[in-house]
Structures are given as structure tokens and as C-alpha cells.
Write a protein that binds this ligand. Structure first.
Ligand code: GUN
Length: 296
């Protein structure tokens, strides 16, 4: 093994410690509402982790779990009620939603001041225009992790694989904001392996288990693996499964200068940035000064 393992849990713990310090200085406890529709096992785990982390940060957690048959109108009514509720500071609707519900319709019902996921048109527009605003959590986590290895990203060749609204597109804009030279690659990109090999920083957010192999990586590159995929693990016994990223970690660590593991890399950063956004949203909406601990 030649490369470093980027310890996302430890770096996220630093961000979370800042959030805890910040919350203690606020006049009131901020509250984060997380809405989950359906019983997807992975989403259930994510939502429980978010709720637990919110409480550990000293904030109030409101979890709304709805059956998978919930209609779009009912979900809209729930989200609108949270948007109106003065006691709620942040709203996160866990994605993906069941196929019969339009994600765009639901996201549009989130008060932009409470958009801790950074997914509303208002937040996305601010990101595009370079205006201050709430930024999507996972891409912010990717940038923070990359900067632990290369504090100045100016001029770095960043290749992002994946163009989702949750990760790929906002990640490209955030790296651009850091003055990186960004290539946004996707399923229709030709010669993906060759393009990936041009990256100083390779961000894999495709949702395909271990798609990025060792020979996709430039020697010495930094690799940020956003994927979390559940795959069969016959070596652990019949019917057993395990989580792997979008990057073949064993091959990547031989070639890259640093790689995030999955799990244990980007995931913990997503939660830490969500908590940070909840405090920032509460300050902006309630007219509180941003605590010093979060000013960096
Ligand atoms: N599903 C997987 N990750 C996320 C996330 O960061 N936010 C939302 N809303 N849904 C997700």
C-alpha cells in the first residue's frame, strides 16, 4: 500500500466539534426535520444517523417517516407545514423518493431559508451565481476532504464522474469556486478511463460498485469516493453482503497519493456538513450572528 487513507470520520468529527461549540452559543436550540418516505433500508439507516447526529450536536431532531404509498399531495402538505413552522430551522427530504412522487415538486415546497440540503432552485441558483447560500452537503464534504490533502486547489485538474443534482453537478461548481479546472464526466462520456487518468483529484459519484479501477488513476492523484453500494459478499457466508464504494479501494491505494475509504470517507462528512448547514440556516432565518466556531 502506498497511498494514504483519508480518514473521513476523524475530519468529520472536527467539523462536528465546531458545530457543538457553535450551538452552545445560540439563544435557542436549532431544529432539523428529516422526512423519509418508504422503507428503503439504506435510507432508513441514513435518516437514523442524521437524527442521532443532530441530537449529539445539541440540536432538536424531528423525524417524519411516511409509508411508501404516501401520495404526492400528502407529502407536499407535510413539507409545506414544516416550511411554515417557525420552530423548524432545517428541512431535509431524503432522496430518492418513490417513483410516483416528483422530487422537483417536493423540493420546491421547501422554504429556501430552511434548505439545509442546498437542493432548492434558490440555493442551486446562488451556487451557480457564486452568491453566499446553503450548499449541498456531500459536495462540500468532498471539497473539505480534498483540501486536507491539497489546501490550494487553484489550477488542479478535477474530474467529477456523475452529474446528479445531489453530488456531481454541485461538486463541479464548488471545485470551480476553488479555482480548479473541472471536467464533469458521466455515463455518456467517451474514454472515461483516459479522462479520469488526467485528474489530480478524481471524484467518483456514479453509484456503480468499484467501477473506478487502478488504471483509471494517475499516479499520485487524490481520489474521493462518494459511492456506497451494497454488494453480495459470499466470502462472509451465504447471503451476506458488504458495502463498497465506486472505487476499487485496493487498487486505488496502490496508485493514488490518498483515497477516501467507503464507508468511512465522504459519508460522515455529509452528516457533519448537514449539521453545520442547520446552524447556519437557523442563524440566517432568526437573525442571529454566525458563531465564531463556524466562521471558517
Ligand atoms: N440521499 C442520499 N444522500 C442524500 C442527501 O445528502 N440528501 C438527501 N436529501 N437525500 C439523500
Amino acid at each position: 500500500m502506498s497511498g494514504r487513507v483519508i480518514d473521513g470520520k476523524a475530519i468529520a468529527a472536527g467539523v462536528r466539534a465546531d458545530v457543538v461549540a457553535a450551538v452552545k452559543t445560540l439563544p435557542e436550540q436549532p431544529a432539523l426535520a428529516v422526512v423519509l418516505v418508504g422503507d428503503d433500508p439504506a435510507s432508513q439507516v441514513y435518516v437514523s444517523s442524521k437524527g442521532k447526529a443532530t441530537i449529539e450536536a445539541g440540536m432538536r431532531s424531528v423525524e417524519i417517516r411516511l409509508p411508501k404509498e404516501t401520495g404526492e399531495a400528502d407529502l407536499l402538505a407535510q413539507v409545506e407545514a414544516l416550511s411554515r413552522d417557525p420552530a423548524i430551522d432545517g428541512i431535509l427530504v431524503q432522496l430518492p423518493l418513490p417513483k410516483h412522487i416528483s422530487e422537483q415538486h417536493i423540493l420546491a415546497a421547501i422554504d429556501p431559508l430552511k434548505d439545509v440540503d442546498g437542493l432548492t432552485e434558490a440555493s442551486a441558483g446562488k451556487l451557480l451565481l457564486g452568491k453566499p447560500g446553503l450548499r449541498p452537503c456531500t459536495p462540500v464534504g468532498c471539497v473539505i476532504l480534498a483540501k486536507t490533502q491539497r489546501p490550494d486547489l487553484a489550477g488542479a485538474n478535477v474530474v467529477v464522474i456523475g452529474r446528479s443534482i445531489l453530488v456531481g453537478k454541485p461538486a463541479a461548481l464548488l471545485f470551480l469556486e476553488q479555482n480548479a479546472t473541472v471536467t464533469l464526466a458521466h455515463s455518456k462520456t467517451r474514454d472515461l478511463r483516459v479522462i479520469s487518468r488526467g485528474a489530480d483529484i478524481l471524484v467518483a459519484a456514479v453509484g456503480r460498485p468499484e467501477m473506478v479501477r487502478g488504471d483509471w488513476i494517475r499516479p499520485g492523484a487524490i481520489v474521493i469516493d462518494v459511492g456506497t453500494n451494497r454488494v453480495p459478499a459470499p466470502e462472509k457466508g451465504e447471503g451476506k453482503t458488504k458495502l463498497v464504494g465506486d472505487v476499487n479501494f485496493k487498487e486505488a491505494i496502490e496508485i493514488a497519493s490518498a483515497v477516501t475509504p467507503s464507508p468511512g470517507g465522504v459519508g460522515p462528512m455529509t452528516i457533519a456538513c448537514l449539521l453545520r448547514n442547520t446552524v447556519l440556516a437557523s442563524c440566517a432565518r432568526r437573525g442571529w450572528a454566525v458563531p465564531d466556531a463556524l466562521r471558517a
